[in-house]
Design a protein around this ligand. Structure first.
Ligand SMILES: *[C@@H]1O[C@H](CO)[C@@H](O)[C@H](O)[C@H]1NC(C)=O
Ligand SMILES: *[C@@H]1O[C@H](CO)[C@@H](O)[C@H](O)[C@H]1NC(C)=O
Ligand SMILES: *[C@@H]1O[C@H](CO)[C@@H](O)[C@H](O)[C@H]1NC(C)=O
Length: 512
């Protein structure tokens, strides 16, 4: 099996964004990497030659505290608008919500919803989430400011942005506003329709984990299942090889100084692996590497697909007689480090904590402190590996994740559990009462288990796409797309068609 397809060469040329070390989450680094990669190839896509359609970027002044009218402080929220298909003021508006990272002009130019816009002459608007990207309030990210960061604040922004943008673009009263979003932003899209049905006509929620959960051990159960999925290049042998590779890493961690030093070199660690807390970080990063291959399987810019990872773990491409799952995992680490443009991987817990404590907004695109805050105060989502069905290391365990909330924000474990329960009672978890929300998921994506994958009643729809990874339905169409992904996109189109006809019919009846 070829391990270095030609497309990978492009990745090697990417600018190095993170000099030598990665903070806490390798999974977030992978997600950002893919987003940047896709964003850098986004502008100009799908445009006829000669047209120079650059989306309009703008800023909305939004109240910092939308729930306290006597608090006059405000911040600037960034948005992009693509009006190249918008031929009539009665056309629908597709509002693409940003999530836990910066948004870019690609949000209104490529993939869905932009690809769906021409069929209905829709105006496409991308709205960056407060506290991420450049939509960070002036006084930074200290605890007094972070009080104003939550999904509820973000939804209040959606409402005031929707009203302000309708005035700004002179959108007709009869236009239907439809929210789109992927991952956490997919949950926001669903919740926007749930809480503000008079302002949001419908929503398409891709890979939306609407159920908050403290201990997300199911994540690795899906990863384990997906590694066995033949359709995407997995196999039972691949899962066994992954399990064997983790067992070998743990054996080497316990096997004395010399073996541990060799392990450190093998995994290109920036520092020593003496401390137990750093060893747990390292095991967490290795799980994120395998989880990332599953979560982002088949996506443009992803360093490793499941097929490629399994190829490495099962010894393809190297001298088979000397190959072991451990060597395959080592090779996978090198591949990922290389495409992330890093010299080594930092597994230092102390470094992670000190980076997360920095209250000045970091470079745009990186929102680690903000997202950690939201997990500690709303969602949990801590990925663990528990029970006999998990093939990886049992470390890091839940207490280590919870301790990070304490170390960085001074938030206790019991307050986090309480916050997670509150989130589910406020929004309704997986049994939320929203109508006209289409939930779209991929069945190999570890997050689909926290989303809605079954139709819950009339005017509630759900689509589970076989073999699709996280938010893959939102990506631009490619020749290599599977038939099931094409069918899934077709189903999304048809659902929108049904809704927009419904809107038109009710306008005609109402005499608008
Ligand atoms: C509302 O804002 C005012 C003015 O900043 C402040 O004095 C007051 O304490 C705030 N109320 C709440 C409940 O936060
Ligand atoms: C807004 O749209 C209406 C028609 O829907 C039009 O009559 C009016 O002139 C427009 N106003 C601006 C400022 O474009
Ligand atoms: C594999 O490695 C062994 C021992 O290192 C060597 O003798 C053999 O020629 C190698 N085979 C291939 C196909 O490279």
């Amino acid at each position: 099996m070829a391990i270095w397809p030609a497309q990978w060469l492009g990745l090697v040329l990417l600018v190095s964004v993170w000099g030598s070390s990665a903070p806490a989450s390798l999974l977030r680094r992978l997600g950002e990497h893919i987003q940047r990669f896709q964003e850098s190839s986004s502008l100009g896509l799908g445009l006829s030659p000669g047209t120079v359609a650059i989306p309009k970027q703008g800023w909305l002044e939004q109240p910092l505290d939308p729930f306290n009218a006597s608090d006059r402080r405000s911040f600037l929220q960034r948005y992009w608008a693509n009006d190249q298909h918008w031929t009539s003021q009665d056309g629908p508006v597709f509002l693409h919500l940003g999530g836990e990272g910066s948004l870019g002009p690609g949000s209104v130019m490529r993939g869905h919803p932009a690809a769906l816009a021409p069929a209905w002459g829709a105006l496409v608007i991308g709205l960056e989430h407060r506290f991420y990207g450049l939509s960070v309030p002036a006084r930074g990210l200290d605890m007094a400011q972070l009080r104003f960061l939550s999904s509820r604040h973000a939804l209040a922004d959606v409402v005031s942005a929707r009203l302000a943008l309708a005035r700004l673009f002179n959108v007709s009263f009869s236009s239907s506003w439809i929210c789109f979003g992927g991952s956490y932003a997919g949950s926001l899209a669903a919740w926007a329709r749930l809480k503000y049905p008079h302002l949001i006509f419908a929503s398409v929620a891709s890979s939306a984990p609407v159920q908050a959960v403290l201990d997300f051990s199911e994540y690795n159960q899906v990863v384990s299942r997906s590694l066995m999925s033949v359709a995407i290049g997995g196999s039972a042998e691949c899962r066994e090889a992954a399990s064997a590779a983790f067992a070998e890493v743990e054996r080497r961690l316990r096997a004395g100084r010399a073996t541990q030093a060799a392990l450190r070199a093998d995994l290109v660690a920036c520092g020593s692996l003496n401390r137990a807390e750093d060893q747990a970080e390292m095991l967490g990063a290795l799980q994120a590497l395998v989880g990332g291959a599953v979560q982002y399987d088949g996506q443009t810019g992803a360093p490793l697909s499941v097929r490629q990872l399994c190829g490495l773990l099962l010894g393809g491409g190297s001298n088979c007689s000397r190959s072991t799952p451990y060597r395959g995992l080592r090779r996978a680490v090198q591949v990922v480090i290389h495409s992330l443009g890093q010299k080594c991987l930092s597994f230092s817990r102390a470094e992670t904590v000190s980076q997360l404590r920095v209250t000045e907004p970091q470079e745009s695109g990186v929102g680690d402190r903000q997202w950690l805050y939201q997990t500690c105060t709303e969602f949990g989502f801590y990925v663990t590996c528990e029970g006999p069905r998990c093939p990886f290391s049992q470390l890091p365990a839940l207490p280590s994740h919870l301790e990070l909330c304490e170390q960085v924000f001074g938030l206790s474990a019991s307050s986090i559990a309480q916050a997670v329960a509150q989130t589910n009672s406020y929004y309704g978890g997986q049994t939320l009462g929203a109508t006209q929300v289409l939930f779209v998921n991929g069945d190999i994506d570890p997050w689909h288990v926290l989303s809605v994958t079954q139709v819950l009643g009339p005017s509630k729809s759900a689509l589970l796409i076989p073999g699709a990874s996280h938010c893959l339905d939102m990506a631009p169409e490619r020749p290599a797309d599977s038939p099931s992904l094409r069918q899934g996109r077709q189903n999304i189109f048809q659902q929108l068609q049904t809704w927009l006809r419904l809107a038109k019919d009710s306008q005609v009846r109402g005499g608008i």
